[in-house]
Write a protein that binds this ligand. Structure first.
Ligand code: ADP
Ligand code: MG
Length: 392
């Protein structure tokens, strides 16, 4: 997939409207993690170096079309100013006469941050007049908000039809690695899929099945697969409504000759709780009354052996309840094996990325996606509205 990027368009001396993902976590008005702001810096810095004036826009949280002060982007303006080493002006809104005046007065090298676009319900409904108002502020549109690319909103999709549009460097990098996984992954290609639910991951399982050499299925979703194979799973997570899907998925994998690695041993607990004691079950079957919480060491070893020998690995979804220290080992070991793998390694999914960060291996991956929902939909093979409009 080839995108038009900032390098393909003329930005010198222009007013560039840049959509970024500044949806940062805040606690009492203080930014607790500025990763998303830092992720947009290469694009913003490049545009400034080219002599552009920047009108930056983002959403923050879910104010649902209302002006709610706790969702103001002003703390972000301050932090962005520190990181760029220049003043960032904060607009009182994202549209309207006052904002138009501020945008009009901008000179090359200046930065204006618009207020939360989701203070207007017209943002999420992709209202054409609202998109027109946003577009009128700039001459060129750059989208670097990969994390919002699966939404057809005014600031992510609508404006792209109204101005010359291009992808920023972050968007370009995300698309490069995620489409590598879908389009021409070097084999052996191992997909490691976990997380809580079959229903949220079946799209990605099916999309990757025809492309991968082996698939590791762990996490809470694995027990539905074990159950349809006839195993007992005790009180582990089970999705009745996904049983047929799981069954036909396993059949299809068999037909395609894709190796599916499911848990062969487990760490279980008597109840789903952080205080619960971890007990080892050295068998596929889980005793009655026990809850499967993590993959066991034999399963870990088998999965890691495949991962170490892979040329491409994609990881989406933890192998167990990694938030509870007693059940984090499976996810940690798998994450470490992916980090050590010499091939191309791509991690997507909010919780998987959090796990990779918690285990200190995120910087050893080839690519860690900044978009949870967006990366999942991309890997499912769905067209993302914010990306479709940036294609060459
Ligand atoms: P991602 O955000 O990486 O896509 P998911 O949101 O699909 O991942 O799943 C993450 C959640 O799955 C975690 O909160 C984790 O605790 C949960 N999980 C993993 N294994 C189990 C399990 N055996 N039982 C219940 N929940 C699990
Ligand atoms: Mg999640």
């Amino acid at each position: 997939m080839e995108l038009k990027t900032v390098k393909d368009i003329e930005v010198r001396g222009k007013k560039v409207l840049v959509r970024v993902d500044f949806n940062v976590p805040l606690k009492d008005g203080v930014i607790t993690d500025d990763t998303r702001i830092r992720a947009a810096l290469p694009t913003l810095q490049y545009l400034l170096d080219q002599g552009a004036a920047l009108i930056v826009m983002s959403h923050l949280g879910r104010p649902k079309g209302e002006r709610k002060p706790e969702y103001s982007l002003s703390p972000v303006a301050e932090r962005l100013g520190e990181l760029l080493g220049r003043e960032v002006k904060m607009a009182p809104d994202c549209v309207g006469p006052e904002v138009e005046r501020m945008a009009e007065a901008l000179t090359p090298g200046e930065v204006l941050l618009l207020e939360n676009v989701r203070f207007h319900k017209e943002e999420t409904s992709n209202d054409p007049d609202f998109a027109k108002k946003l577009a009128s502020l700039g001459e060129v549109y750059v989208n670097d908000a990969f994390g919002s690319a699966h939404r057809a909103h005014a600031s992510t999709e609508g404006v792209a039809h109204l101005l010359p549009a291009a992808a920023g460097f972050l968007m370009e990098k995300e698309v490069k690695f995620l489409s590598y996984v879908l389009e021409n992954p070097e084999k052996p290609f191992v997909a490691v899929i976990g997380g809580a639910k079959v229903s949220t991951k079946i799209g990605v399982l099916e999309s990757l099945l025809s492309k991968c050499t082996a698939m590791v299925i762990g996490g809470g979703m694995a027990y539905t697969f074990l159950k349809v194979q006839g195993h007992s799973i005790g009180n582990s997570l089970y999705e009745e409504e996904s049983a047929d899907t799981a069954r036909s998925f396993l059949e299809k994998a068999g037909e395609l000759g894709v190796e599916v690695i499911l848990p062969e041993d487990h760490l279980v607990a008597s109840e789903f709780s952080e205080q619960a004691k971890a007990e080892y079950v050295d068998a596929v079957d889980i005793p009655e009354g026990k809850v499967g919480m993590d993959i066991g060491p034999r399963t870990v070893e088998k999965a890691c052996a495949r991962i170490r020998g892979a040329k491409t690995v994609v990881w989406n979804g933890p192998m167990g309840v990694f938030e509870f220290p007693a059940f984090a080992e499976g996810t940690r070991k798998v994450a470490e094996a992916i980090a050590e793998c010499k091939g191309t390694t791509v991690v997507g999914g909010g919780d998987s990325v959090a796990a990779a960060n918690a285990f200190g291996v995120a910087d050893k991956m080839t690519h860690v996606s900044t978009g949870g929902g967006a990366s999942l939909e991309f890997l499912e093979g769905k067209p993302l509205p914010g990306i479709e409009v940036l294609k060459k």
